[in-house]
Each structure stands twice: as C-alpha cells, then as structure tokens.
Design a protein around this ligand. Structure first.
Ligand SMILES: Cc1cc2nc3c(=O)[nH]c(=O)nc-3n(C[C@H](O)[C@H](O)[C@H](O)COP(=O)(O)OP(=O)(O)OC[C@H]3O[C@@H](n4cnc5c(N)ncnc54)[C@H](O)[C@@H]3O)c2cc1C
Length: 245
C-alpha cells in the first residue's frame, strides 16, 4: 500500500455488532499517539482503479496501546459505511489519519460539570468521554441524554444500562423518539426543551455541553440549551451530517 504523509496503515483486529445496523471496529494502528474523548479519525479507502473515498469516524473509547475503536452506523445507500460494516474483514488493512479535532473534546483536568446530548450515532464521541472519565477515575459530574429511535437502536446497551462503580456521578437518560420500551413513563417523542431541563444540568451549574448527532438534532438541541440559558460559549457541537457541515 502506497501511503501518503499523515496516513497510517491500520489493520482490523476485532468487530462486534452494537445493533442490527451498527458495528464497532477495533483497529490496530502502529504508532498511535493516543487521543482525547471527542476526537475523530479520517479513514481512507482506495479501490483497485485508484479511486479513493475518505470519511470521518469518531473514536469511541480511549486507546489501548495501539488499538482504537470506532462505531459505524450503516447508511443503506452509502459509499463507505456499508463497506466498513459488512465487507471489511479481520486482518484487512485500512488507512487512518488522526487523531483529529481540538475543540469538541473533553479534557479530564477540566473541572466543569459535563452535559452530553446525543442523537442516534452521535453517542459515539460522547461515550468516548464517559469511558475516558471512567479510565481516569474522574469524579467530574456527568449527565448524558441519549435520544434514539427504538430500543433496538441502542449502542453500548450493557454499559449504559448497568453502570459500574467507576461510573458513580455519571448518569444516563435514554429517551426514545419512535418506540419506547414497554412500561416507559415517557411516551416516545422527539427531544424537547423540557427533557433537557429535566434530565440535564441547570445553566447556573455552568456545565460544558457537548451535542452530537445528525445536523437537525444538533441544531435543535443547541437551540434548546441556549433557550434554557446556557452560555453558547459553553455549548460545543459536532454534526454527523452527510457533508460533515
Ligand atoms: C467529525 C465526524 C465524525 C463522525 N463520526 C461518525 C461515527 O462515529 N459513526 C458514524 O456512523 N458516522 C460518523 N460520521 C459520519 C460519517 O463520516 C459518514 O458521513 C457516514 O458513515 C456516511 O458515509 P457513507 O459513505 O456511507 O455515505 P455517503 O456515500 O456519504 O452518503 C450516501 C447517502 O446517505 C446520506 N447520508 C450520508 N451520511 C448520512 C448520515 N450520517 N445520516 C443519514 N444520511 C446520511 C447522503 O446524503 C447520501 O444520500 C461522522 C462524521 C463527521 C463529520
């Protein structure tokens, strides 16, 4: 493989399915320098005729040595995500560049409380922050609000439903938009300002807010935070929209 500057050749060393349409990939990236929760990588695929496609994917967990984890949601008519979730096989090489990003990150030394708002696959970098908090034995107060369509769309279900001792002070609320689990006190509906007020931190607590998901979700949720009185300078957003914009 002819590798341009800044790119490393990684190898797929593990996979596990999070849902019927999302898969976690474990990549071995020789010389990986480490990263912060919230950062992402660029992946590059090169076809035999030289055609190349690049996409960004958030890092889902702190690195373990040279190993990194990504979780990819399959977009049915997509160019890259079906390949990553259905074709890429253990042992296969893939080009990786990163870590990328310096604003949408959580630094364990930052004492501010944290409010995480995830829409669908937007949980990925926010879970990396929750996992980094656990790995660092941090006691920073965290609250996660995770908006998803149905129980079958839940990523990291075991970890979120059964938090361990290292997760004390990090609370997660799951809110369903299409089908809530039986007996759920809240009917399925889109995230509302009332939800953010009820399950988040009050603005006078001055949390750093991280919002991630599809563009529409991010814009709506960031709006709710500002309406509730959160300082926009403490609201950090990451959009998973098709253009990345
Ligand atoms: C910083 C950053 C981090 C990201 N992290 C992740 C991540 O952790 N996990 C993850 O699964 N994705 C993530 N994404 C999205 C990812 O980069 C791709 O956009 C996504 O996998 C679709 O690529 P594709 O080649 O399969 O689809 P494309 O060939 O690019 O698009 C095919 C069709 O699907 C539509 N489409 C493209 N993307 C989406 C989408 N996200 N939702 C709905 N429709 C879409 C397009 O408009 C088009 O019609 C991230 C994006 C950014 C910018």
């Amino acid at each position: 493989m002819n590798v341009a500057a800044g790119w490393r050749v990684a190898r797929l060393v593990g996979v596990h399915d999070e849902t019927a349409t999302a898969r976690t990939l474990v990549l071995d990236v020789p010389g990986w320098p480490g990263h912060l929760g919230g950062q992402h990588v660029d992946l590059q695929l090169t076809a035999e005729d030289g055609y190349q496609a690049q996409r960004s994917y958030s890092l889902a967990a702190p690195a373990k040595g040279d190993r990194i984890e990504l979780t990819v949601q399959r977009v049915p008519d997509g160019e890259v995500s079906p390949y990553l979730t259905e074709v890429l096989t253990i042992g296969d090489p893939i080009e990786v560049r990163g870590p990328v990003g310096g604003w949408f990150v959580w630094r364990p030394a930052d004492p501010a409380p944290v409010l995480l708002l995830a829409g669908g696959a937007g949980i990925v970098p926010l879970m990396a922050m929750v996992r980094a908090r656990r790995a660092e034995a941090s006691r920073t107060p965290f609250r996660l609000i995770y908006s998803l369509r149905t129980p079958g769309d839940l990523y990291y279900g075991e970890e979120l439903r059964r938090p361990g001792p290292g997760d004390a002070g990090a609370d997660a609320t799951l809110l369903y938009t299409r089908t809530a689990p039986p007996g759920s006190p809240r009917p399925s509906r889109r995230l509302s300002t009332e939800d953010v007020e009820r399950y988040g931190w009050p603005p006078d607590f001055e949390p750093t807010c991280y919002v991630c998901g599809p563009t529409g979700f991010v814009e709506a949720a960031a709006d709710m935070l500002t309406k509730l009185g959160h300082d926009p300078r403490r609201v950090r957003t990451e959009r998973f929209g098709p253009s990345g914009g």
